[in-house]
Every structure is written in structure tokens, then in C-alpha cells.
Design a protein around this ligand. Structure first.
Ligand code: PRT
Length: 283
């Protein structure tokens, strides 16, 4: 049976459970169990530590997983990344105490850097021909410069508030990460059809999340102009209104273009603009 690994507890847990739920896969709650059955899909879910998942995935203990891309890179796991999932976005960055001199990465030549990501950092330093001493620590990396353990740190950053609170400044981004769907390469062959089905469902959910359904009223002589503003799937739906000379136009717009498109539509003469979330989108 297909084994899907997700984080046991932590930042990825809730979003992973919700994504599976939106894909019609209900995880029968058993947070204290290692393995649970699911309904709505022929699979079982393994609850594991995020940092352990790359190894389990590589070894085939799990076939597929929802995991932070950063740990796959750090563990140098030979797995296939199938989808980026749009949550748990962060970056692995180099930071130094505020006010300290930093021109570029070569400023760290001969310095001490504290991190929980020694492999990713070593690789980055090597690529830039920088030689620094790496102190591997497993938590609270941000306090290392304040207690004299290191000159700089390399750690995950999302809002930046941890760096700020510890008087540190972000100087270089080593990698950007988000949760992703990753698979054991052999499992891709063994469970190809099931993994494709899961991917199909995830894509439909993510497209729904990234798009909005929009409908608005527009004078008939402005329909063509308004249609050109809309990045439509195929072509906008137009329905006549009872009011003479007016129509209702329906379409889908991406979250990214949202405010720009709305602004242009208002200038074009759109009225009564309604925006509705989309649950799933199959194209
Ligand atoms: O125990 P386990 O192995 O399951 O996981 P963990 O202890 O590594 O778990 P967790 O839950 O802390 O992180 C899981 C994953 O979430 C990470 O591997 C990343 O993929 C992702 N993620 C996203 C983050 C952050 N954002 C994040 N901000 N992981 C950690 N942080 C920490 C960072 O280390 C620093 O201490 O948050 C602090 C910085 O946050 P800001 O908002 O102050 O910048």
C-alpha cells in the first residue's frame, strides 16, 4: 500500500493534513501513532520528523512525502520533487551582527559560522571559494554570535523577526524553500498511477487556492475591452442582464494579478464586482 509521510508535529503538520483533506484524503487522527489508515485514498500515512523524512523516503520506508525542500537539500537525498506546495515558505540565509562589515560572501573568509545546515552551507561556500569554519548546532542558532560562538549564522528565516530580535542582519540568501511533494524514485514506478492521481488532486487544489472566480456587471459596449483585461481560462462567460445594455461577465483571475486586474476593470466601467474563492480547479 502507498505510504505517505508527513511531519509528526511542527510547522508543516496542519497544512499537510489540510492539503490531504482538500484532496479528499481524510487522515484518521492518531497524532501519537506512527502509522494511520486514511479514507478516500488507498494509502496509509506515516507521521515522522521532518528532518528524518528524506532518509525514510530514500530508503523506501515511505513512498511519498510532504516535506520542506530545505531538508532534502541538506540531507542530499536522492528523491524526486514532484510539486511545490506553496506553504512553509522560508529561506536559508547568512546573517551577521548589525553594523559588522560585510561586502559580499568573501567577507566571511576565515570566520566562524554557526548552522544546523552544514552541508548546504559548505556547498555554498565552496561554490564561492570561501573558506570558513562551520559550527554545527542543532537549535537556537541565532544566539551564537551573542555568546561568542560564531561571527555569523546560517539559518532559516521567514518573517525575519528572530534575526531582528537578536540584533542580526540578513546578508545573503543561500536557498529558498517551501513544502513540497517528494517521492522515492522506485515508488514512482511501482505506484505510478496512484501517485499521479494524488498529484492530479493536489494540482486541482493548489490551482483553486491560487485563483479567484470573478463576476461583474459591464455595459455591453465595454465587454470587448474588459475581456482583454482578463487572463481567462478559455474565454469569459457573458450573461445578459435584465437592465438594457448591460451584461454580467464571469471569469477566473490569479491571486497574483488580482489587484491590478480589479483596478483596470474599474477604470473600464465594471460595477458590482464580486470575487469568490475557488475550491478546486481542473483544467
Ligand atoms: O522535528 P522535525 O524534524 O519534524 O522538524 P523541525 O524541528 O525542523 O521542525 P519545524 O516544524 O520547526 O520546521 C519544519 C520546516 O518548516 C522547516 O524544515 C522548513 O522547511 C519550514 N520552515 C518555514 C521553517 C521556518 N519557516 C522557520 N522560520 N523552519 C524553521 N523556522 C525557524 C528558524 O529556524 C528560526 O529559528 O523560525 C525562526 C525564524 O523565523 P522568523 O519568522 O523569525 O524569521
Amino acid at each position: 500500500m502507498l505510504k505517505i509521510a508527513i511531519q509528526k508535529s511542527g510547522r508543516l503538520f496542519t497544512d499537510s493534513i489540510n492539503l490531504l483533506k482538500d484532496c479528499g484524503i481524510k487522515v484518521n487522527n492518531g497524532k501519537d501513532q506512527l502509522k494511520v489508515a486514511v479514507s478516500g485514498f488507498d494509502a496509509e500515512v506515516l507521521f515522522l520528523r521532518n528532518s528524518d523524512i528524506p532518509r525514510y523516503l530514500e530508503d523506501g520506508v515511505a513512498d511519498i512525502a510532504i516535506i520542506g525542500e530545505n531538508v532534502i537539500t541538506e540531507k542530499q537525498a536522492d528523491v524526486a520533487i514532484l510539486e511545490k506546495l506553496g506553504f512553509s515558505k522560508c529561506r536559508l540565509s547568512l546573517a551577521i551582527p548589525k553594523g559588522h562589515n560585510y561586502q559580499d560572501i568573501t567577507s566571511l573568509d576565515g570566520k566562524k559560522i554557526a548552522t544546523s545546515y552544514p552541508n548546504t552551507l559548505t556547498d555554498f561556500l565552496n561554490r564561492h571559494g570561501v573558506s570558513a569554519s562551520i559550527h554545527r548546532i542543532s537549535g537556537s542558532v541565532e544566539i551564537a554570535p551573542n555568546i561568542g560562538l560564531a561571527d555569523a549564522i546560517c539559518d532559516l528565516v521567514s518573517s525575519g523577526s528572530t534575526l531582528f530580535k537578536n540584533g542580526l542582519e540578513e546578508k545573503d540568501i543561500i536557498l529558498k524553500s517551501e513544502a513540497c511533494l517528494a517521492a522515492n524514485k522506485k515508488s514512482l514506478e511501482i505506484y505510478g498511477a496512484q501517485i499521479s492521481e494524488l498529484q492530479f488532486r493536489i494540482q486541482a487544489v493548489l490551482k483553486g487556492r491560487n485563483n479567484k472566480y470573478i463576476l461583474f456587471n459591464i455595459p455591453n459596449d465595454k465587454i470587448e475591452e474588459a475581456s482583454k483585461i482578463l487572463p481567462v481560462l478559455k474565454s469569459a462567460t457573458i450573461l445578459p442582464l435584465m437592465a438594457e445594455g448591460w451584461s454580467s461577465l464571469h471569469s477566473v483571475i490569479s491571486e497574483e494579478d488580482f489587484w491590478e486586474v480589479i483596478g483596470k476593470l474599474k477604470v473600464c466601467g465594471a460595477e458590482g464586482i464580486l470575487v469568490v474563492p475557488i475550491e478546486k480547479m481542473v483544467i
